[in-house]
Design a protein around this ligand. Structure first.
Ligand code: MSP
Length: 642
C-alpha cells in the first residue's frame, strides 16, 4: 500500500454457476473494473473482488439436468466466468468461489457466532411444495394453484428450519438508512427499501434440511441442515478477505462498497446489513445499484441466450468499444436497451469520428514536425487557455461523477472536451498556420496544445478505454505509469517525439455484411457461413475433441422415481456402457431397444439419481418434441462419427 493512499474495496455479486456469462454479468463486472481502475489511477489501495455462487437448489437442479455432479457443473461454469473476465481484460484482485474451503470456514464461523449469541433459533416453516421440483413455491410463482413446471397440485409442507432473528433489526436498519442518505444509491433504491421496511420484517429462514437438499454448507451446530444459499453467498464479501481478525479484512472491510443490479437489492439492503450487525461487523459504505439491460426494448425472458449473444459482440467490435458503449449508454441506476445498431452508432460517432479523428489529426500534425522545431515548441507559452480550461472542467466532472458511479456523466464530460479540441483544430487551422512563416509561434502553440490534450486523454481515458488509452499515451511518447495527478494540462512541458496514430477505431460501414473480402470489415459482419453469432463458431479442432459414436441400445428401463430419465445399456462394439438419458417423456423403453443411436463417448461420467452415466445420447428437440439421432444406413456399433 502506498503511504497515505485511500483504501477502496469493491465487490460485484458472485454469479450463479447455472448460467453462462452474459451481458448482464459483464456490465456489472465492467462497471466495477472501470471504477477499480479509476481508483488505482488515483493512487488508491484498491481491492476488487468477484467470483461465483455455487451452492443451492438452482445449481443442484441445473447439474442434474446437465448430467453432471454439482461440483462438476460449478467447476466448468466458474471457469467460464473467469475466462469471460480474462477476455474482457477485467483486472480483479481476487476471485472467490463459495465451494472453496476458505469460504466454508468463515461461513461456519459466523453461523457459530450467531448461534452462540442467540441470534438463531429452530422454528417451523410452512409453504406450498412441489415434490417433482423438490422445492417450496412462493404464492407469486404458483399458477392456478399448481406447480408451473409440472402442472401438478402443490402440497402444503411444514418443515423445521433455523431462523435468523432479522425482525429485531428493523428499527435499527431504518435508522441506519435514514442517517446515511447515500448508503443505498441511487436514491430510488433507497426509497424502495425504506418503502419495503414500512411493513413488518419477518425472520429469515437460513437453513434447508439435508434430506431435501444436500448441496450446501452444513450448519456447524446441526449437520442435518445446510445453509440457505443467500446466507452463504453474502458472506463471500467477508470470507474472501480471510474473515474477521485477518489483516486483509482489517485493512479493506471498513471501506467496502458493493455493486449489484436492482434484482438483488433486497438481500443486499436488508439481509446483509442485519447479518453484519448481528455478527458485530460494520455495515458497508455504499450499495451501488444499477438497472437492467433490455434487448430491443423487450423485458429479458428467462432464456438468456440473447444476452449471451450480446456479450459475444465484444469479439466483433473489440473490448474497448463494447466497454465504452455499455458505460456510456446506461444511466447508472436506470434500465437501458442494448442493440447492435446502437453499439455501432456509438462506435462510429463517438469513437471513430470524435476520438479517432482527433487522435489521427493531431498525431499526423505532430509527427510531421521537423526535429529543429522541438526547441521552439518547448519555449511556447503553454497550451491555449480555452482548451486547458475545458480539460480542467472535464476533469472536475469526471472526479465528481466517479464518486457516485455516474459513468455516463464522466464520459459525457470527456466527449465534451474531445469536441472542444476538434473545434479548436477547425478554428485554428494549423495546416494553414504551418505554411505561413510569420505565424510559426502561433502554430507551435497549437501543437503544444494538441500534444498536451492527447497526453491528458491518454491518462484520463485509462479506466474507460484501457487499450486505446495506452495507444494514445505511447503515440505521444508518454511512457510513465499513468496517474490521475498527471491528468492536467499545462503542467508538463516535456515534449517527446509523436508517432502518427490513425485508425484507432475504424468506422463500421454496415453491420451484418457477408460478402466483403476486406478482412477488417469481414470480422465485423456475419461470417460467410451465415451463422448469426461469430463468437459461437467452432474450429475443426474444437469439434474433434468431442468423440461421437454409433451405439446400439441393448436394454432400456425407466429410472424409479424419475419422470424424465431412462437407464440404457448400449453397445459400442468393443464395450458395453450404462447411460442415463432424459428422454422418458418422449420414448417408451421398448421403442429404443435395438435402435442405433448417436452418443458422446468421451463425456466425464456423472451420477444421475444414483446411477453413473458414461456418455450422452444425442437428441434434437423443439417445443416439447424430441427425437434421438440415428444413422441412416446400417453401421456397426462403435462406428466413429466424423
Ligand atoms: N448469486 C446471486 C448473487 C449473490 S451476491 C452475494 C445472483 N447471481 S446472478 O448470477 O443471478 O447475478 C445477478 C446479477 O447479474 C445482477 O445483480 C447483475 O449484477 C447481473 N445481471 C444479470 N442480468 C442482468 C441484466 N439483464 N442487466 C443488468 N445486470 C444483470 O443473483
Amino acid at each position: 500500500m502506498t503511504d497515505g493512499a485511500r483504501v477502496f474495496y469493491l465487490t460485484t455479486p458472485i454469479y450463479y454457476v447455472n448460467d453462462r456469462p452474459h451481458l448482464g454479468h459483464a456490465y456489472t463486472t465492467i462497471v466495477a473494473d472501470a471504477m477499480a481502475r479509476y481508483r488505482r489511477l488515483a493512487g488508491d489501495d484498491v481491492w476488487f473482488l468477484t467470483g461465483t455462487d455455487e451452492h443451492g437448489d438452482k445449481i443442484a437442479q441445473a447439474a442434474a439436468a446437465a448430467g453432471m455432479t454439482p461440483q462438476q457443473l460449478a467447476d466448468r461454469n466458474s471457469a467460464a466466468f473467469r475466462d469471460a473476465w480474462r477476455q474482457l481484460g477485467i483486472q480483479y484482485s481476487d476471485y472467490i468461489r463459495t465451494t472453496e474451503p476458505r469460504h466454508t470456514k468463515v461461513v461456519q464461523a459466523i453461523l457459530q457466532t450467531l448461534w452462540d449469541k442467540g441470534e438463531l433459533y429452530l422454528g417451523k416453516y410452512g409453504g406450498p411444495y412441489c415434490f417433482g421440483c423438490e422445492r417450496f413455491y412462493t404464492e407469486k410463482e404458483i399458477v392456478e394453484g399448481k406447480c408451473p413446471d409440472h402442472q401438478t397440485p402443490l402440497a402444503w409442507i411444514e418443515e423445521e428450519n433455523y431462523f435468523f432473528k432479522m425482525s429485531k433489526y428493523q428499527a435499527w436498519l431504518i435508522e441506519t438508512i435514514e442517517r446515511q442518505p447515500d448508503l443505498i444509491r441511487p436514491e430510488r433504491y433507497r426509497n424502495e427499501i425504506l418503502g419495503f421496511l414500512r411493513d413488518p420484517l419477518q425472520d429469515l429462514s437460513i437453513s434447508r434440511p439435508k434430506s431435501r437438499l444436500s448441496w450446501g454448507i452444513p450448519l456447524p451446530f446441526d449437520d442435518t441442515y445446510v445453509t440457505y444459499v443467500w446466507f452463504d453467498a453474502l458472506i463471500n464479501y467477508v470470507s474472501a478477505l480471510g474473515g474477521p481478525g485477518d489483516a486483509r479484512f482489517e485493512t479493506y472491510w471498513p471501506h467496502v462498497q458493493h455493486v449489484t443490479a436492482k434484482d438483488i437489492v433486497k438481500p443486499h439492503a436488508i439481509y446483509w446489513p442485519s447479518m453484519l450487525k448481528a455478527a458485530g461487523l460494520p455495515v458497508y459504505r455504499h450499495l451501488n445499484v444499477h438497472g437492467y439491460w433490455t434487448l430491443g426494448g423487450r423485458k429479458i425472458s428467462k432464456s438468456v441466450g440473447n444476452l449471451v449473444e450480446a456479450l459475444a459482440l465484444k469479439d466483433t467490435y473489440g473490448n474497448d468499444a463494447f466497454r465504452y458503449f455499455v458505460l456510456r449508454e446506461m444511466v447508472f441506476g436506470l434500465d437501458a436497451d442494448f442493440s447492435e445498431e446502437a453499439l455501432v452508432g456509438r462506435l462510429n460517432a463517438d469513437l471513430a469520428n470524435d476520438l479517432g479523428n482527433l487522435v489521427s489529426r493531431a498525431t499526423t500534425l505532430l509527427s510531421s514536425l521537423a526535429p529543429d522545431e522541438q526547441p521552439a515548441l518547448a519555449s511556447a507559452a503553454g497550451p491555449h487557455q480555452r482548451v486547458r480550461a475545458a480539460s480542467g472542467e472535464a476533469r472536475k466532472i469526471v472526479d465528481a461523477a466517479m464518486s457516485e458511479f455516474a459513468f455516463q456523466r464522466a464520459l459525457g464530460a470527456l466527449w465534451e472536451f474531445i469536441g472542444e479540441v476538434n473545434r479548436y483544430i477547425d478554428t485554428t487551422q494549423p495546416w494553414a498556420l504551418a505554411k505561413d512563416p510569420t505565424r510559426k509561434p502561433e502554430f507551435h502553440r497549437v501543437m503544444v496544445t494538441l500534444a498536451d490534450s492527447l497526453r491528458f486523454l491518454g491518462i484520463i481515458l485509462t479506466p474507460f478505454l484501457p487499450d486505446a488509452a495506452t495507444k494514445i499515451r505511447h503515440a505521444v511518447g508518454d511512457v510513465r505509469e499513468p496517474r490521475l495527478e498527471n491528468a492536467q494540462m499545462g503542467r508538463d512541458d516535456r515534449l517527446s517525439r509523436v508517432e502518427r496514430l490513425s485508425g484507432l477505431f475504424p468506422r463500421v460501414e454496415a453491420i451484418k455484411q457477408s460478402d466483403s473480402t476486406d478482412a477488417a470489415t469481414r470480422t465485423r459482419g456475419t461470417p460467410p457461413t451465415g451463422h448469426a453469432d461469430p463468437a459461437a463458431l467452432v474450429t475443426v479442432s474444437d469439434f474433434s475433441r468431442v468423440e461421437l459414436r454409433v451405439a446400439e441400445v441393448l436394454t432400456a428401463e425407466a429410472v424409479p422415481k424419475s419422470r424424465k430419465l431412462l437407464r440404457l445399456t448400449v453397445s459400442l462394439g468393443s464395450e458395453q456402457r450404462t447411460l442415463v438419458a432424459g428422454i422418458a417423456e418422449h420414448y417408451a423403453p421398448a421403442e429404443l431397444v435395438g435402435k442405433k443411436v448417436v452418443v458422446v463417448a468421451n463425456l466425464v461420467p456423472a451420477k444421475l439419481m444414483g446411477i453413473e452415466s458414461h456418455g450422452m445420447v444425442l437428441a434434437a428437440s423443439t417445443e416439447g418434441k424430441l427425437a434421438v439421432l440415428t444413422v441412416d444406413r446400417d453401421l456397426p456399433p462403435g462406428a466413429k462419427i466424423t
